[in-house]
Design a protein around this ligand. Structure first.
Ligand SMILES: CC(C)(COP(=O)(O)OP(=O)(O)OC[C@H]1O[C@@H](n2cnc3c(N)ncnc32)[C@H](O)[C@@H]1OP(=O)(O)O)[C@@H](O)C(=O)NCCC(=O)NCCS
Length: 199
């Protein structure tokens, strides 16, 4: 059974081929993909190719991207874990939502669900995240869900010919345990793929 994590209003599960139209609609908005090395989508095939890539990354344990589905409004965006280190028990989290979901609390609940996955299910010790220093909304959103700003990594990402600095953030297992996000109920069915590192 594929992994599904359910919170009060959102569920997270691996994206499937039938989600391509919905992902295309959400990420064909240039505001949504403004800070990314990809997008905006201009054809549904780009979303379909992404979904196919996700399946391989999941099975290899390289990356675990999950579709965020709102109980009433349907697919909302993507959140996931990447850059796993099994030895150190850590991973990075990245998230994007369609614009209609910004400022709705979806980001907070999705982060609570992903933290439950990282710490309670996978047993990791640390979650990290990045933001572009110019992307104040993303930076504020990460601080708002309990991440600590730990510094700036110079020329960390390459987008085309441009090198970009990033803010780096961290949240330790003990930070999560003491945070109100750990109190948000999450129901887990299915298992993460066997290759996904555990802490
Ligand atoms: C980043 C993202 C996931 C955050 O979700 P969200 O629902 O927009 O976030 P929230 O509304 O919970 O929090 C945003 C914070 O930024 C603040 N904010 C909103 N617009 C802002 C702006 N233009 N400048 C500075 N701060 C801003 C909000 O007031 C809020 O801060 P507060 O909680 O201290 O009031 C979402 O905006 C998104 O998908 N953006 C596009 C993709 C992206 O940039 N992903 C992150 C890559 S690192």
């Amino acid at each position: 059974m594929p992994l599904t994590l359910e919170g009060p209003t959102l569920s997270l599960r691996p994206p499937e081929p039938g989600d391509a139209e919905a992902l295309f609609a959400l990420a064909s908005d240039a505001e949504v993909t403004r800070w990314f090395s990809w997008g905006p989508y201009t054809a549904v095939e780009q979303a379909a190719a992404y979904i196919e890539r996700c399946a391989g990354q999941r099975e290899r344990g390289d990356q675990l991207d999950l579709l965020v589905v709102h109980r009433e409004h349907g697919p909302a965006g993507i959140t996931g874990l990447s850059e796993f280190s099994a030895r150190d028990g850590r991973a990075m989290v990245g998230t994007w939502f369609g614009r209609a979901f910004w400022g709705t609390g979806a980001n907070r609940e999705s982060k609570a669900i992903l933290m439950h996955l990282a710490f309670a299910v996978l047993g990791l010790h640390r979650l990290g995240s990045y933001s572009n220093p110019v992307n104040e909304r993303s930076t504020r959103a990460l601080l708002g869900v309990g991440f600590t700003h730990e510094g700036v990594l110079r020329d960390w990402h390459r987008h085309g010919d441009t090198w970009l600095d990033v803010n780096v953030f961290g949240l330790l297992r003990e930070d999560w345990a003491a945070s109100p996000l750990a109190q948000i109920p999450v129901r887990v069915t299915g298992e993460p793929p066997a290759a996904v590192p555990r802490g």
